[in-house]
Design a protein around this ligand. Structure first.
Ligand code: UN1
Length: 496
């Protein structure tokens, strides 16, 4: 196995795909840089991995949760030591700038320490029984073998959001990394193995959604699926999983609005909008893709926003001076291009950017210019559909109530932000914005791991990651212990 040839992890062994096929992981900033070759697996590899996870479950579920958690503490410390190397690997395979890939690894570190604490906190409840000399309680049980399907935009953080709570809850896992970013999942799982994770508890199967993802979702021994990706794919995942009543947690798209009221601190709102819209090259599900401007501040904001976005440095994320990296692949560039065409046809006004960057070094990769549309109205597709690129729409409104109404006039509901100094309006917005996350005077991106993460409407199916992930990765058992030494019948009128 050459140094940059990677295999699946099944039952603690590194195995090639049974077919022997591989695919290349390519640096989006420089296509001549091949990060590694990864197995192009199929359903037969998924079957092997699920069998290994099922076998490991028999013993892993019996390891006390505080002991399972100790592995996460050790992994967290190892991740701290390896942070710089893993950030560099991530920038190479995914493109986002080093400051952000360091942040991505940091999010996994935060998650490891936070979830490790859950090992001593997997609380159940006790409650009085309606019968004498009978004890009633609820305890959390593992779900079993869980399938995890993870995206390329947070290649280590999001896998950690799923793997760590699954592990501490006593489950065993099969993970399918995004084909654009498998190396970061390898780095994460290798760290868990080095921290003492037993063989078979996590298995990695690389390959496409069509061959690996579907097989995982349909496998009868996989009890739950946690998916992060587009609403389109999420809907198919849920439909397939429904056939055998599998639990599914879906984390999907967003069309997140930053609302700026006339009384806002203009520079603060600009800082937030630039970071929210162009950080991670707009490729976050929490990215700011609509900026809703109250009329009194709209002109000034628009001028300054364009001025500041124009000088953002786009380039290879390994260069510390670069602020915006490439898009992850050519198909994302196609999507950005398509939405520019749609917006122009709808009559939106192009204020900046509008196409791929191809001169000089840009020619080596998949770069797209930071793009701003003005004169957007809420019914335009550019105002309603997720682009997942550095493309942002400016929409003007008159009253606070209209701002909220426009923010809510979409099918998604992940993140939202309001910039104002008016406390009353801030609290009204917290109540009225239809989103799983609301920020006041902070951008739409930047959720912390110990709060609920997820959204309403077409963003999700009701589950939350972060602080609530343990709810998905455990199942409740009600326990009754009768110490009366006689048959007591609940709900039956017993003669006293
Ligand atoms: C995502 O884009 O899917 O809140 C996750 C944020 C990050 C996570 C984003 N902490 O922007």
């Amino acid at each position: 196995m050459s140094q940059n040839e990677y295999r699946n992890l099944i039952a603690g062994e590194w195995r090639p795909a049974r077919s022997g096929k591989t695919f290349s992981n390519i640096n989006p900033a420089d296509h001549s840089d091949i990060v590694g070759e990864f197995p192009a697996s199929g359903p037969e590899d998924v079957a092997d991995a699920v069998a290994a996870a099922k076998k490991a479950f028999a013993t892993w579920r019996l390891v006390p949760a505080p002991k399972r958690a100790e592995i996460l503490y050790r992994a967290g410390r190892l991740l701290q030591e390896r942070k710089e190397q893993f950030a560099r690997d991530m920038t190479r395979e995914m493109g986002k700038v080093l400051a952000e890939t360091r942040g991505d690894v940091q999010e996994a570190i935060d998650e490891s320490f936070y979830v490790a604490g859950e090992g001593r906190r997997l609380f159940g409840k006790t409650t009085p029984s309606e019968l004498q000399n009978k004890f009633a309680m609820s305890v959390r049980m593992p779900v079993g073998v869980v399938g995890l399907i993870t995206p390329w935009n947070f290649p280590m953080a999001i896998p950690s959001w799923k793997l760590f709570p699954a592990l501490v809850g006593g489950n065993t896992c099969v993970i399918k990394p995004a084909t654009d970013t498998p190396l970061s999942v390898y780095n994460l799982v290798q760290t868990l193995v080095d921290a003492g994770l037993p063989p078979g508890v996590i298995n990695i199967v690389c390959g496409s959604g069509g061959s690996v993802g579907n097989a995982l979702v349909e496998h009868p021994d996989v009890r739950a699926i946690s998916f992060t990706g587009s609403s389109e794919v999420g809907s198919r995942v849920a439909q397939r999983a429904a056939a055998n009543f599998k639990q599914v947690s879906l984390e999907m798209g967003g069309k997140n609005a930053q609302i700026v009221l006339d009384d806002a601190n203009l520079e603060l709102a600009l800082d937030g909008a630039l970071w929210g819209a162009f950080g991670t090259t707009g490729q976050r599900c929490t990215a700011t893709s609509r900026i809703l401007l109250q009329k009194g501040i709209a002109r000034k904001f628009t001028e300054r926003f364009v001025e500041r976005a124009e000088v953002l440095k786009v380039g290879n994320g390994l260069d510390e001076s670069v602020e915006v990296g490439p898009q992850v692949n050519a198909s994302q560039i196609d999507t950005s291009n398509m939405y520019v065409d749609i917006a122009m046809a709808e009559g939106a006004k192009l204020l900046l950017g509008g196409g791929p960057l191809t001169d000089g070094d840009y020619e080596k990769g998949t770069f797209f210019a930071p793009t701003i549309f003005g004169g957007v109205t809420k019914s335009m597709r550019i105002a309603r559909e997720e682009v997942f690129g550095p493309v942002v729409s400016l929409i003007e409104f008159d009253t606070f109530e209209q701002g909220i109404e426009i923010a809510n006039s979409i099918d998604y509901g992940l993140s939202s932000a309001l910039y104002t100094k008016d406390l009353n309006r801030a609290f009204a917005a917290i109540r009225d914005l239809e989103a799983g996350i609301t920020y006041i005077n902070a951008p739409t991106i930047g959720a912390e791991v110990h709060l609920p993460f997820g959204g309403v409407k077409q963003t999700g199916n009701g589950h939350r990651e972060g602080s609530e992930a343990i709810e998905f990765f455990t199942t409740w058992k009600a326990v009754y212990v009768d110490y009366s030494d006689k048959l007591q019948r609940a709900q039956i009128d017993n003669a006293e």
